[in-house]
Ligand binder design. Structure first.
Ligand code: FAD
Length: 312
């Protein structure tokens, strides 16, 4: 892939970076180019430059909800992990997209701001959490969003000629485990929180963490829940009822502790994951008549590179 020399201004660039290093499932081939911008404005300019040059790109946070393809990714992968600043803003926090959820939760608790307790123990970056509307049961991080600055693909805003602007929660309309970003990219978010005593916030967090540690295989190599819960039921219960706990394809196994978690017990590939997800969907449908919706982002394998001999 040819890139003009000025791409170096957007932050460090690595070539052929293994994605297995950057996803919690430890799966994935190499990213052709791997960028790590330091500031949201670098991220916005990088995205615009890639779009103008026709280079495909993929955003990656902590990779805690992503199955990266065995064949890697063509074009650019942009990892958000270098954009890690949090600012106090009244009774809220203004946060860059690469802040980790554990840092966000700890920071809010430390300054006595409540509202993020249910994110305790959830891995990820803030951008990824907004894309997924990460949270617990009926609550998601979007419940605390006052405004979010998004870069949008396609045309510039007619008003100001910029590719990014602030959006309210009402404009985006996120739903359960779906930030509804439609290809837009989080550059910064303002979270609306409530002042409370740090000790009382800590007590609530401890309760949530205790429950999470008891019911989920948090220490094992996974990407969290594989499927969304259908209305008034639980995907884990349905998978368990279909007799799939311990079911495996290659190194990918349905957790014995929580059937909605798929664990990489060593050497699992993206192909193993895709096959296991398909087998779970079929078995649950056959057993209960419910078609589960995937929560995991399963990125497609790249197309075979075209050789000169092939017709266009
Ligand atoms: C042990 C474990 C426990 C978990 N528990 C929970 C839980 O309790 N609740 C829950 O909701 N989830 C849970 N998860 C899943 C995961 O933590 C969340 O989905 C998290 O929000 C993913 O964030 P990420 O940065 O890792 O996203 P990634 O996996 O890196 O990316 C997810 C999506 O977000 C997009 N994205 C990333 N950054 C941006 C950005 N700046 N702008 C726009 N899009 C972006 C990516 O392109 C991708 O489509 C768990 C995962 C694990 C491994």
């Amino acid at each position: 892939m040819f890139l003009p020399a000025n791409y170096s201004e957007f932050g460090p660039l690595r070539l052929h970076e293994p994605l297995s290093k950057w996803t919690t499932l430890r799966i994935g081939g190499a990213a052709e180019m791997f960028f790590e911008p330091h500031k949201p404005e670098h991220l916005a300019n990088l995205l615009t430059a890639l779009e103008n040059d026709g280079v495909p790109w993929t955003l990656l946070g902590a990779g805690a909800n992503t199955v990266a393809p065995d064949g890697g990714l063509l074009g650019a992968v942009i990892h958000t992990g270098n954009m890690r600043r949090v600012f106090r803003d009244g009774a809220g926090l203004r946060v860059w997209p690469g802040v980790t959820l554990p840092t966000l939760v700890r920071t809010a608790q430390g300054v006595g701001l409540s509202g993020l307790e249910k994110l305790v123990g959830v891995p990820g970056h803030v951008g990824g959490a907004l894309a997924m509307n990460a949270g617990s049961s009926a609550w998601g991080i979007w419940d605390q969003v006052k405004e979010v600055v998004l870069w949008s693909p396609g045309a510039v805003n007619p008003q100001d000629g910029l590719k990014f602007r602030s959006w309210s929660r009402a404009e985006i309309q996120p739903t359960y485990r779906n930030g509804n970003l439609a290809g837009r990219v989080v550059l910064e978010v303002l979270l609306d929180l409530e002042e409370k005593k740090p000790a009382s916030i800590k007590a609530t967090q401890d309760e949530f963490l205790k429950l999470k540690n008891l019911t989920q295989p948090v220490k094992l190599t996974s990407a969290g829940c594989a499927f969304k819960n259908p209305p008034s039921d639980s995907a884990g219960r349905l998978i368990d009822a279909a007799g799939l706990k311990g079911h495996r394809v290659g190194g990918a196994v349905v957790s014995e502790l929580h059937a909605n978690f798929i664990v990489n017990q060593g050497g699992a590939t993206a192909a193993d994951l895709r096959q296991l997800l398909g087998e779970i969907e079929q078995a649950v449908f056959a057993h209960s008549g419910i078609l589960l919706a995937r929560e995991l982002i399963v990125l497609p394998e790249p197309l075979e590179p075209r050789t000169k001999a092939e017709p266009l």
